[in-house]
Design a protein around this ligand. Sequence first.
Ligand code: C2O
Ligand code: CU
Length: 556
Amino acid sequence: MSTASVLVIDLLIAVLAAAGWLAGGAAAATGHRRAALGLGLAALVATLARAVTVVALARAGWWFAAEKVVIAGPLSLAAIVVAVARRTPAALLFAGYATTAGLLVTVLHGYPVTPGVALLAVAGVAVATGITRRSRPTLVVAALALVAATGFAIRPAPTVHHHSYSAAEVGTPTKRFTLTAATTTVEVDGHDVAAWAFNGQVPGPALVATVGDVLEVTLRNQDIGQGVTLHWHGYDVPNAMDGVPGVTQAAVLPGQEFVYRFRADRPGTYWYHTHEASDEGVRMGLYGTLVVHPAPVTGLDVTVPVHTLSGRPLPTFSQASAVAGTPVRLRLINTDNTTHRYALAETAFLVAAIDGRDLQGPTPLSRTAVLVPAGGRYDLTFTAPAGPVGLFVDGRPVWATGHVAAPPSGWPALDPLIYGTPAPAPWSGYDKSFTLVLDRGLDLHGLLPRYAHTVNGAADPDIPPEIVHLGDRVKFTIVNRSAVVHPWHLHGHHVLVLSRNGKPSTGSPLWLDSFDVRPGDVWEVTFLADNPGMWANHCHNLSHAAAGMMLHLMYE
Ligand code: C2O
Ligand code: CU
């Protein structure tokens, strides 16, 4: 059974156990003895059953089970001992409070276990018990402990101090673009859709360059109230050009401008988007594509950025003609918050590159779908056959060279970890290791409490930064304890995938900047700290990033 399913089952059993004890206590208190006995027995079974699920989770990784073992475990044990030994209404209620406290720790906090949270759970149980037994002294002591524990548990993390990095000298620009952000209305399939757009179009202008070009992009903001920036997603530019407001620059407010300059020193498929109000801004249309060619293009080179604009899918269908024998490259880009499934029908193809990095030894695929994570890019290449070929996204045709029927949705999806030929690891030791446990949790640090998307139990801006030195070989272990996919994205660097769920990557070296960490997944990746600065490191479901799932990597 997958770790994700065990997480769900364990949660269900925990809810049943807590509800059973509480209901049993209530039944006993109101004189329904038989009901109390039945509920108490059911709760007992559920509480004991958790031993199985919690052990399974601990075996999948300590991050999945820590608080269940350290906090919920002893509380459950106390619940069972007290309830079985005393069998009074108060004892059953106590068992209910104890198991509920353990459950709340999982749902509201998760990993890691901290003394503050443990104390909070125990104090909560004591307060509830004091109230039940109408015992003043217990209540006073417990309430004091609760207040102290609350302060302890929500103590803010040290705040990040900012350095500023000036832009490197890049030489005379060879390609100049101006992007003006403004509110507008665009037409999609005959419908008018309100949008925020660069130069009045969604996506914004396609930026195309050749390796060696120096790009100069002037960003102007006409009327986007929150401000805008340009982030070069996947392009590992110098920090000052990275476009993260409050970190590498100030947001460009209406009437202002900012000039980005960087050298296009690497080929590949990338995209750009605003990083100010990025969830709303990207959704509303402030994005475009960036393609850097290694050499002048021969053959057909098509960029397919997928996006959902007010519920309408982009791009709309386009038809091209390709003479048999023409080399074709399809650059698939996912600018949405969730994974898209692409299928190329009626031809064999190669996945030539992922996230702008060529794969080694890709082999021909056919009747195989590719899953492109939010923010991710896949380059598919093939030689045009005599008959028509068609590209589909989630079953919808987006590009074709003639009439092609939609392929069945049951095609298997490519697993890039076992595709292509391997190469020896560039290094094996690590100077720094960080673990990122992704979950949901209660965040009490803002003006209003929120149920945030968390990393190691904290939400932006309270997640401690990861501090590295120039030249460090860094390892990240990324664990998803939650029930939703988190497409992980590190700015300024590409990471090499080491393993997923304990299985080493055995295909081509995979250097990614956006990868789906699915529920229950554990990914190990490594990168070289070779690009000094302060870098965002976040979930590219941008609504999750806005809800707390964002931290920073900084160089010291
Ligand atoms: Cu494409 Cu920080 O984002
Ligand atoms: Cu996420």
